[in-house]
Design a protein around this ligand. Structure first.
Ligand SMILES: [Fe+2]
Length: 464
């Protein structure tokens, strides 16, 4: 395989699909914890054509079923159309992000690996990729059922970060197109999963847009000047470039509005990958994100060659009455992969969670989980993974019947670089600095990856 830091160590893919019951548990699994933790991430099956980017690999799901104090593990590749074709030919057929895109590839210029996000809505588990349609995944087998097009009504790729309203259970999502118009499209899905509303939103040029926010009345989009222009490619330059002179804008649209209803608010030029949460404070709209003042495309395109750019907890307070946005850095730690209790999405939350990423290495490795308390001066607590142990996203799971917002656990895959072994960590979200409640020893290495999800027993038993 081509040399890449993302094909080495615990970024390297695993080769086996396995299922193992009765895993060794250090500590004690809470009896109320009954469900399935699933995480998506890249796991290339074939040697890449040219240089490899972390985002290129075929999607693989790693899942731990927890029930009655016991745990079992299963991993499965996501059988995308692209992976099936490559298996038939026995080799990679698509170049990745670091190579020139194959506009002449008869199978399409982009391989939808479904490797980035996951959402469970309308009784379906969907694996998501920024540049393609979602793939439906069977439960609990994790077998791929195929592309889900919402009855052929979905007209755009689906962001890896849809938002589900905790009360109405509607899902909100967008998709962007780097080159072709419309560059931004947005859809609303009814609680049963049916596509209910779709609209195109006009923006001047294709930009990288990974996440967005909802409040009780609005959807909030982030138009940052990390732009795509095919003419750069024709000149032999990278297609993407950070152009701070174009400015950054927040677009506020009524949830069921048409694209023309969007109102844009200028903020200082920046780049934001992930949203923490958003909420309405009277007429004002508060959006919390993890923020970087600049975005160096070289860091994005040649990971490992440039130092990581820190991202910090940041608040925008939009006042639609005078068009102003107040900006405030809330913390100085390098935080990414943020979240709140899913019952607080679009509402004011007291707590936020994130992963603390290391600044002493060039690779995206988190050394612990952060818990922010907005009502305590935005103080933070750290749950450290321990020496020589790295991980990624923490997923909050509320304790059944919980009254307090932080009553539950954070689940995350952690890898011990010395032992070469992986675990599922279960940390008490209230007693955050305490040692883990339980550590589930996994029967094979779980490579570092992207986004995860918790499915409760009720979710698993959901039938349409
Ligand atoms: Fe993401």
């Amino acid at each position: 395989m081509a040399k890449s830091p993302f094909l080495e160590g615990n970024f390297a893919p695993v080769e086996r699909e396995i299922a193992v019951d009765d895993l060794v548990v250090v500590g004690e699994l809470p009896r109320e914890l009954d469900g399935l933790f699933v995480r998506n991430g890249p796991n290339p099956q074939f040697a890449p054509l040219g240089r490899y980017h972390w985002l290129d690999g075929d999607g693989m799901l790693h899942a731990v079923r927890i029930e009655g104090g016991r745990a079992s593990y299963r991993n499965r590749w996501i059988r995308t159309r692209g992976l099936d074709l490559e298996r038939k030919r026995g080799r990679a057929l698509w170049t990745g992000l670091l190579e020139r895109r194959q506009f002449d590839n008869p199978e399409g210029s982009i391989k939808n690996t479904a490797n980035t996000g996951l959402v469970f809505h309308g009784g379906r588990l969907l694996a998501l990729h920024e540049q393609g349609e979602p793939y439906e995944i069977a439960l609990p087998s994790l077998e791929t059922l195929g592309v889900h097009t919402f009855g052929r009504r979905l007209r755009h790729p689906l962001t890896p970060h849809p938002k589900i309203d905790p009360v109405s259970k509607e899902m909100f999502a967008f998709g962007y197109s780097p080159v072709a118009k419309p560059h931004l499209q947005y859809s609303v899905f009814a609680a049963d999963g049916a596509l209910a509303h779709s609209t195109a939103i006009e923006i001047p040029i294709g930009v990288s847009m990974h996440d967005f926010a909802i409040t009780e009345r609005f959807a909030v989009f982030m138009n940052h000047p990390y732009t795509f222009d095919v003419r750069r490619w024709l000149r032999g330059e990278p297609i993407a470039r950070f152009e701070p002179e174009r400015g950054s804008y927040l677009g506020v649209l009524p949830r069921r509005g048409s694209g023309g209803d969007a109102r844009w608010f200028a903020v200082a030029p920046c780049f934001v990958q992930h949203v923490v949460n958003a909420w309405e404070d009277g007429e004002q709209i508060v959006v919390d994100v993890v923020h970087s003042a600049t975005h160096d495309p070289a860091a994005d395109l040649e990971p490992g060659d440039a130092p990581p750019q820190p991202t910090r907890l940041w608040r925008w307070r939009i006042d639609p009455r005078d068009g102003s946005v107040r900006e405030q850095q809330l913390d100085d730690q390098n935080a990414e992969l943020p979240s709140v209790n899913s019952a607080r999405v679009g509402r004011r939350a007291r707590y936020a969670f994130a992963s603390r990423f290391r600044t002493d290495v060039r690779l995206p490795l988190a050394d612990g989980l952060l818990k922010y308390d907005f009502e305590d001066g935005c103080s933070s607590r750290l749950h450290s993974f321990g020496a020589n142990r790295n991980g990624g996203e923490g997923v909050f799971v509320a304790r059944p019947g919980a009254r307090d917002e932080d009553d539950g656990w954070l689940l995350a895959f952690v890898h011990d670089e010395v032992e070469g072994e992986s675990e599922l960590l279960i940390a008490d979200a209230r007693d955050f600095g305490a040692p883990p409640v339980a550590r589930v020893r996994l029967p094979q290495r779980v490579p570092y990856g992207f986004h995860g999800l918790w499915l409760s027993r009720a979710d698993l038993e959901h039938r349409l």
